[in-house]
Design a protein around this ligand. Structure first.
Ligand code: G6P
Length: 742
C-alpha cells in the first residue's frame, strides 16, 4: 500500500509540476508581450528621433518590474542602441543575429535558456512604426522563481504523502483489528449455536463453518499433495508391497461371517452370483483381491454347495479368481443360535444406541461358542504354516481369536470390530461379558473405527477382567501377552471399481427418472441401506415429510428413493421394522401424492452394486440418517460415485463417517427441523458450492481409502510379528542348557 501511495504521490507531483511550468511560461510570455506593446509607441518615436537618452530611461522603467532581469533595444540591423546593466551577453543584439534568418527580424520570438544565475526567458519584439521597422526590444525575464516553487511543491508533496501513509497505516490497523474481532465473535457465536442451539440454528451454525473447513481442507490437501510427491498414495499395489516388505509375503486368512460372493439359484434354475449388502464385504473384498489368501465365511447361498470343490473352496472373484473362498456350512440350529440369536439379537442391539432391547439366551450362546470353534478349526485347516496372519472380522467372532491362538500360538491375529463398542456400563448387560472380552484378547491387535470405541473397550476390560492396562501404549497385558487396541477408520477402494463402471451422471439420471416415472426437472433424494433399525429409515421418511410440510414449493418435485435390502428377516424386530417402514411410506405418499407424483419410492429388494451406483449418481441429495453406525460406507460410496462433483450428502452425526466427511451437511436425524432444513438447503445448493464440498470429500476418501486402512493394520501386524520373533530368539538364548548344573 505504501509503495502504491508513493507511486501515486510521485505521479501527482510530476503532473502538477509540468502543468504549472507550462502555465508560468505562458504567463511570462504574456507579460513580455504586454510590456512590449505598452512601450512600442514611445520606443518607435525615440528611435526615429534618435534620442538614446530617452530610450535608456524607458528601459530603466521597464527593468523596474521585479521579474524583468534585463532589457536591450536594437537597431533593425541588430546593433545595440541601449541596454540595462548586466544584460547577459549571449542574448545581446549581435548574438541574436543568428536567430534572424537573412537579417530579417521576426515580429516576435520566445525561448528559454540557462545562464549563470539560473533559468531565463528571452522574448524579442520587433518595433514597427507604420510598417517601418525601427528596431527590436529584447526582454530577459528571470525564471529562477520557478525552480524555487518546484522545490516547494516537491516538499509539500512529500509531506502530504507521509501524512496520507501514516493515516492509511493507522486506519488499516484499526480495520484489521475490528475485522479480527468480528471474525472471532462470529466463530464464538457459531460454536455456541452448534453446541447449544436447536434445529435450523444448529444447521446454519455448522454450515457457517464450511468456508473455514474448506480452507483447512485446502491446506491439508496442499500438504498431502506435497507429501504425495514423495510418498505414493495408498493403492492395491502399495498394499501388496507392504505385505511383501513387512510380512515377507505371507498370505492372509480372513474370517468373516458374510461371504463376498453368494451363489444363488434363481427361479429359472440358473445359478447367479450375488454381492451381499454388507459394509464389511464392501471394504474387505478389494483388500483380499490385493493380498490374495483365503476368506473363510458361512456358505449361505442356495447354490453355494454346488459351486465349491471337495475342500469346500471356490476361487473368486468369478472370472478373476485371485483368492480362495472357503465355505463353512452351518445347520439351521447353529445359524439360528449363533447368527440370528447371539450375534444379531444380542450383540448387535447391545452395541448400537438404537433403542432395541438386546436379548441374550443361553442356548444361543452355546451355538455362538460352537460356531466360533468351527471357524477357528477351519482357520487351522487353511493356514500354510505355524505363524499365519489371521484377520478376524466383526462381532460374529468374539471368541475365535482366543481359540485360534490356542491352536496356533505363533499366529498374528488381528481382529476388527466393524460396529460401535458400547460404554463399559452398557456392555455389562451381556451375561457373557468376560468370555467375550477374553476371547477378543486372544488377538495381537483389536481394531475399531474410532478412538472412542477403543476407549470404551479398554474401560470394559478394566472393569470386567484381571489385566494390566498400559494406557501409554494403548495395550492390554494378560499373563505376559500383549494385545494392542488401535483405531483404524475403514473406507472403500479408490479408484472405486463400481464408480468407474457406472454410466455418466446425465445418463444415470435419465434412466432412473424413466424407471420411476419422474419428470425431467424432478429433485431426487436417495437412501441405500439394509432394512435395519439402526439406519434411521423411519426418521429419514419423517424428515422428507417435514421438508414437504415446511417447503411447499418442493411438493410435486422432490422424490426420495429408498433402496432397502431386506435383512435378517427371521428376527421379529426386523419384520416389524419392515412393516412400519412400509406403512410410513404409504401414509406420507397418501398425504402428498398428486397424479403420478409420490414423495417416497420404497424399493424393497436386494440391489446389485451397478444399480446402486446408478442411483447414487442420479441423485441431487443422499441422506444417510443412521441412528448409530460404526462408519457407514454408503456415505463414502456416494462420494465415490460423484465424479461430476454434484450432489449433496446429508449425514447423521452418529456415524463414524461424520468425523471424516465434514463437508457433508451433518445433522441429528432425530431432529426433524434440522434434518428437513438440511434437505431443503441441499436441494437449493448452488452447483459451485456442491462442487467445492464434493471435491474436498473426494480428496479425503481418495487418500484415506481401504488400502490405507488395511495397510496400516498390516504394518502394525508386521511390527508385532517382528517383536514376537525377537523375543522368541531371546528366550531361546536364555534357556538353561540341560544338565549344565549337574
Ligand atoms: C454390518 C456388519 C457386517 C455385516 C453387515 C450386513 O455392516 O458389521 O458384519 O456383514 O452388517 O449384515 P449381514 O447380517 O447381512 O451380514
Amino acid at each position: 500500500m505504501l509503495l502504491g501511495l508513493a507511486v501515486l504521490a510521485w505521479g501527482a507531483a510530476f503532473a502538477v509540476n509540468e502543468a504549472t511550468q507550462a502555465w508560468f511560461m505562458r504567463d511570462i510570455a504574456l507579460r513580455a508581450r504586454l510590456a512590449a506593446v505598452g512601450t512600442q509607441g514611445a520606443l518607435a518615436g525615440h528611435l526615429e528621433s534618435g534620442d538614446g537618452r530617452k530610450v535608456a530611461a524607458l528601459l530603466e522603467d521597464l527593468a523596474r518590474d521585479e521579474r524583468i532581469m534585463a532589457v536591450e533595444v536594437c537597431t533593425p540591423t541588430l546593433a545595440s542602441v541601449s541596454r540595462t546593466k548586466s544584460f547577459p551577453e549571449q542574448f545581446s543584439c549581435e548574438a541574436l543575429r543568428s536567430r534572424a534568418p537573412q537579417g530579417v527580424l521576426p515580429a516576435e520570438l520566445d525561448f528559454s535558456d540557462e545562464i549563470d544565475g539560473g533559468r531565463v526567458h528571452v522574448s524579442i519584439h520587433r518595433i514597427d512604426d507604420d510598417d517601418v521597422v525601427r528596431g527590436a526590444l529584447v526582454l530577459v525575464h528571470d525564471l529562477s522563481f520557478m525552480a524555487r516553487r518546484e522545490l516547494a511543491m516537491r516538499h509539500f508533496t512529500l509531506a502530504a504523502f507521509g501524512f496520507v501513509a501514516l493515516l492509511a497505516s493507522i486506519l488499516t490497523v484499526f480495520v484489521r483489528r475490528a475485522w479480527w474481532r468480528s471474525w472471532t465473535d462470529e466463530l464464538r457465536r457459531v460454536l455456541l449455536l452448534a453446541r447449544w442451539g436447536g434445529g435450523d440454528a444448529k444447521l446454519r451454525a455448522r454450515n457457517a463453518f464450511q468456508p473455514l473447513l474448506a480452507d483447512v481442507r485446502g491446506l491439508v490437501a496442499d500438504l498431502a499433495a506435497e507429501r504425495g510427491s514423495t510418498v505414493a498414495p495408498w493403492s492395491a499395489a502399495r498394499l501388496q508391497h507392504v505385505l511383501r516388505e513387512n510380512l515377507h509375503g505371507d498370505s492372509v486368512v480372513i474370517v468373516a461371517n458374510r461371504e463376498p460372493y453368494v451363489h444363488e439359484r434363481g427361479p429359472d434354475g440358473a445359478i447367479r452370483v450375488v454381492h451381499p449388502a454388507s459394509g464389511l464385504v464392501t471394504a474387505l473384498e478389494p483388500v483380499m483381491r490385493a493380498c490374495s489368501g483365503t476368506w473363510i465365511a458361512h456358505g449361505s447361498g442356495s447354490a453355494d454347495r454346488e459351486t465349491v470343490d471337495r475342500h469346500d473352496r471356490v476361487r473368486v472373484p468369478p472370472g478373476e479368481e485371485s483368492y480362495a473362498l472357503r465355505r463353512v456350512w452351518l445347520t439351521k440350529e447353529e445359524e439360528r443360535g449363533y447368527y440370528y440369536g447371539f450375534s444379531n439379537e444380542g450383540l448387535w442391539p447391545l452395541c448400537h444406541n438404537a433403542h432395541t432391547r438386546p436379548e441374550f439366551r443361553a442356548a444361543d450362546w452355546l451355538q455362538y461358542e460352537r460356531v466360533n470353534r468351527r471357524f477357528a478349526e477351519a482357520v487351522c485347516e487353511e493356514v500354510q504354516g505355524p505363524d499365519p496372519i489371521v484377520l478376524v472380522q466383526d462381532y460374529h467372532f468374539a471368541l475365535a481369536p482366543r481359540m485360534i491362538h490356542e491352536h496356533l500360538p505363533r499366529a498374528t491375529i488381528l481382529t476388527f470390530w466393524h460396529i460401535p463398542w458400547p460404554s463399559a456400563e452398557r456392555f455389562g448387560i451381556c451375561p457373557w461379558e468376560r468370555e467375550v472380552l477374553d476371547g477378543l484378547l486372544g488377538s495381537n491387535i483389536v481394531g475399531f473405527h474410532t478412538q472412542q470405541h477403543c476407549n470404551n473397550f479398554v474401560e470394559a476390560v478394566d472393569r470386567f477382567l484381571e489385566s494390566r492396562i498400559d494406557r501409554e501404549r494403548q495395550a492390554i497385558v494378560q499373563g505376559g501377552r500383549e494385545c494392542l487396541v488401535r483405531s483404524y477408520p475403514i473406507s472403500i477402494d479408490w479408484p472405486n471399481r463400481w464408480a468407474a463402471a457406472a454410466p455418466p451422471a446425465a445418463e444415470c439420471r435419465a434412466t432412473v427418472a424413466a424407471e420411476l416415472g419422474l419428470s425431467a426437472d424432478a429433485l431426487i433424494g436417495v437412501g441405500v441401506d439394509r432394512l435395519d433399525y439402526t439406519k434411521g429409515i423411519e426418521e429419514r421418511f419423517l424428515a422428507v415429510e417435514r421438508t414437504l410440510e415446511r417447503f411447499p414449493h418442493l411438493r410435486g418435485r422432490f422424490t426420495f428413493v429408498q433402496l432397502a435390502a431386506p435383512s435378517r428377516t427371521l428376527i421379529e424386530t426386523y419384520r416389524q421394522l419392515n412393516e412400519r417402514v412400509e406403512g410410513l411410506a404409504a401414509r406420507i405418499n397418501g398425504r402428498f401424492a398428486a397424479g403420478t407424483y409420490r414423495p417416497i419410492v420404497l424399493l424393497r429388494a436386494h440391489h446389485e452394486p451397478p444399480a446402486i451406483f446408478r442411483y447414487l449418481r442420479a441423485a441431487d441429495v443422499c441422506y444417510v440418517s443412521s441412528l448409530h453406525d460404526g462408519m457407514n460406507l454408503v456415505a463414502k460410496e456416494f462420494v465415490a460415485a460423484r465424479e461430476d462433483e454434484r450432489g449433496v450428502l446429508v449425514l447423521s452425526r452418529f456415524t463414524g463417517a461424520a468425523r471424516e466427511l465434514t463437508e457433508a451437511l451433518v445433522v441429528n436425524p432425530y431432529d426433524l427441523e434440522e434434518a428437513s432444513a438440511a434437505l431443503a438447503t441441499a436441494l437449493a445448493m448452488p452447483p459451485a458450492q456442491q462442487a467445492e464440498r464434493m471435491r474436498a470429500m473426494r480428496r479425503l476418501v481418495a487418500e484415506f481409502n481401504v488400502f490405507r486402512w488395511a495397510g496400516r493394520m498390516l504394518v502394525d501386524a508386521g511390527r508385532v510379528r517382528q517383536q514376537g520373533r525377537l523375543s522368541d530368539r531371546l528366550t531361546m538364548g536364555l534357556r538353561p542348557v540341560e544338565g549344565a548344573r549337574s
